[in-house]
Write a protein of this length. Structure first.
Length: 223
């Protein structure tokens, strides 16, 4: 596997447990006990994957995640939280996280989430276009009317799937299965959160439309 993982977790015992477990399946793990230390490591080299605890001394995980995206990190970010409230999860996703796990969790679930996120990486170099929207799947870049649009990896994956079938209604089940997999157990409203984020980032005129009771479709508005 030989993937480079940055683990930012201030609970020393728990961090060591995760590092040893990930090492057994051939991940190379670098530890940081604070967001500031993690950002120092990130500035030195780009990991393949970041595991980031929300509750940290000093800068918290939400702020750190948002900053990581602002400075251009596009790899998967999985947030760990002891808080199970929906607003806390949504805040993490809004900050740019691709997924989250609520403590305590089974180590096998962590591996499954990581594997699902890493599988989304593609080396295929091509561009998908629709209307004035352009998505490059190898560079993970999106442009609307020629203007760059910053997105997380999960947002890219969701938009790319919509772009594969423009003007076709995609069911909620199809979208969730494609982007998150069939066995991730995500909350019911996570798809809606990501659709809302895509709409906000893509701006007007809207391209993503709700088909109530069914799902969503990518299409141009008819004036």
């Amino acid at each position: 596997m030989n993937k480079d993982i940055l683990l930012i977790e201030d609970d020393v015992e728990f961090a060591d447990y995760l590092k040893r477990g990930l090492g057994y399946v051939d991940y190379h793990v670098r530890l940081a006990s604070s967001a500031e230390d993690g950002l120092d490591i990130l500035n030195q080299s780009q990991p393949d994957f970041i595991i980031l605890d929300i509750t940290l001394p000093g800068m918290d995980g939400i702020v750190a995640c948002r900053y990581m995206r602002e400075i251009g990190y596009i790899g998967p970010i999985l947030m760990l939280t002891a808080r199970n409230a929906i607003p806390d999860r949504v805040n993490g996703l809004d900050a740019g996280a691709d997924d989250y796990l609520v403590k305590p969790f089974a180590f096998e679930e962590l591996l499954a989430r990581m594997d699902a996120l890493l599988r989304r990486t593609t080396d295929v170099n091509f561009t998908i276009t629709f209307a004035d929207l352009e998505l490059n799947k190898s560079l993970y870049t999106v442009r609307r009317a020629g203007i760059p649009v910053s997105m997380t990896k999960t947002e890219y994956d969701l938009l790319a799937f919509l772009l594969k079938s423009p003007e076709r209604i995609l069911t909620r089940q199809e979208l969730v299965a494609e982007v998150w997999g069939t066995d991730t157990g995500i909350a019911d409203n996570i798809l809606d959160v990501y659709i809302s984020r895509l709409r906000r980032k893509l701006g007007d005129p809207p391209l993503i439309h709700t088909q109530y009771g069914v799902g969503y479709t990518l299409k141009e508005e008819i004036s």
